[in-house]
Design a protein around this ligand. Structure first.
Ligand SMILES: Nc1ncnc2c1ncn2[C@@H]1O[C@H](COP(=O)(O)OP(=O)(O)OP(=O)(O)O)[C@@H](O)[C@H]1O
Length: 363
């Protein structure tokens, strides 16, 4: 996994319906909308991004112009859509929301661009998935507020220039590394969103609990935050499931005990691993002695598609330092043995002796 690759999975079959999946579930948008911070001052965490964006927006407001184009990169569920809406609110501008996959032809983009109002925010999610012709049209639109609409085909085709009102493009991507440099360079401000610290996620849980009218104490919020994989969307989702449990099995109040009992029911452990993550790790340790083992073999062992293991389970396991991808296959780290409560075998890749042995093979 490189720094820009968050293992984005596209379909529910790839595990997006998991409780700890970072992508939005199909029926989640209304709840998410209700929990979205509306102003920069309400946005929790990402302090550098907030400070820098605040300056960009204040300066644009003072000049009475439109803000520079903004590129937001980071894993799903970290608040890119939320930030784009905050940008619109702070600029008192309308916002148009679309996504790269929805723009397959340059004409689709021309239609959107030509209907923008002056100062409007155009939010383009998954901008790395736009088609090449649309991307090229966007270069000119971003730089000169102009597009060339091609009319006709073949030798008779003519380009009709179309002036656009000044607008602000907010592009979002989970894979900044996939953006062609000419596109990346046209953004005046680029922000990389990091995973959230546990303390920040506790604030997210407290804020959402207040909005949902759920009572939670400090330890209950800590328990939920610790299992949220650094991601506000997951924190909000776990909070809602714990709320269900608290209302059905207790008096509605969320404390540590209720949160951990609820999340045990949903098979999300103290570190945020779910059934799939633990199945992958369990197979790696128990069937293959900690590896190295090939991805295909590991996938067959857990009865999942190769892509599901690679894109859904592994990125988090790698990020948590529980699994490593090596040229010889997947290996478990010492922390993996500890996490599943298993004794490290003397010659395992996780043991100090095993680590030395890998060195001999030039890992
Ligand atoms: N900094 C934050 N403070 C409070 N809540 C947040 C914050 N960031 C995100 N959230 C909440 O997390 C949820 C997901 O956020 P959002 O939809 O903006 O993520 P995203 O990065 O756009 O995800 P995707 O890439 O999947 O579209 C929203 O309900 C939002 O309210």
């Amino acid at each position: 996994m490189n720094g820009d690759d968050y293992g984005h999975a596209d379909t529910a079959a790839d595990g997006t319906d998991r409780l700890v999946g970072a992508e939005a579930e199909s029926d989640e948008s209304a709840v998410e909308a209700a929990l979205r911070p509306r102003e920069l001052s309400e946005f929790i965490g990402q302090s550098k991004v907030r400070e820098q964006l605040d300056l960009v927006l204040k300066a644009a407001r003072r000049r009475g112009g439109t803000a520079d184009h903004v590129l937001l990169s980071g894993a799903p569920g970290l608040g890119k859509t939320t930030l784009s809406m905050i940008i619109a609110a702070e600029m008192s501008a309308p916002i148009r929301i679309t996504s790269g996959p929805a723009i397959q032809h340059a004409g689709d983009l021309a239609a959107i661009l030509s209907s923008l109002q002056e100062g409007e925010i155009l939010f383009l999610d998954e901008i790395h998935r736009m088609s090449r012709p649309a991307e090229e049209m966007l270069y000119m639109a971003m730089e000169d507020y102009r597009v060339d609409v091609i009319v006709g085909k073949g030798p008779g085709a003519t380009a009709i220039p179309l002036e656009l009102p000044p607008f602000t493009l907010v592009g979002a991507t989970t894979r900044a590394g996939l953006l062609p440099p000419p596109l990346r360079d046209r953004f005046g401000f680029t922000a990389h969103m990091e995973f959230y610290e546990p303390g920040e996620l506790e604030q997210v849980v407290h804020r959402s609990a207040r909005l949902l009218d759920v009572r939670t104490d400090a330890e209950g919020a800590t328990e939920i935050a610790g299992r949220s994989r650094g991601t506000p969307r997951i924190a909000n989702r776990l909070l809602r499931r714990v709320r269900d449990y608290a209302q059905v099995k207790a008096d509605g109040m969320i404390d540590r005990d209720i949160a951990s009992r609820a999340l045990a029911v949903y098979e999300v452990d103290e570190r945020g691993l779910d059934r799939l993550d633990r199945a992958v790790l369990g197979a790696l340790l128990k069937l293959f002695g900690g590896g190295p083992v090939g991805l295909s073999t590991l996938s067959v062992a857990v009865g999942e598609e190769r892509e599901t293991v690679e894109e859904v389970a592994e990125p988090f396991l790698v990020r948590e330092g529980l699994l490593a991808r090596t040229p010889r296959g997947r290996i478990a780290t010492p922390a993996a043995w500890d996490h599943l409560g298993l004794a490290r075998p003397p010659q395992s890749p996780g043991s100090p002796a095993g680590t030395r042995q890998q060195g001999l093979f030039g890992e």
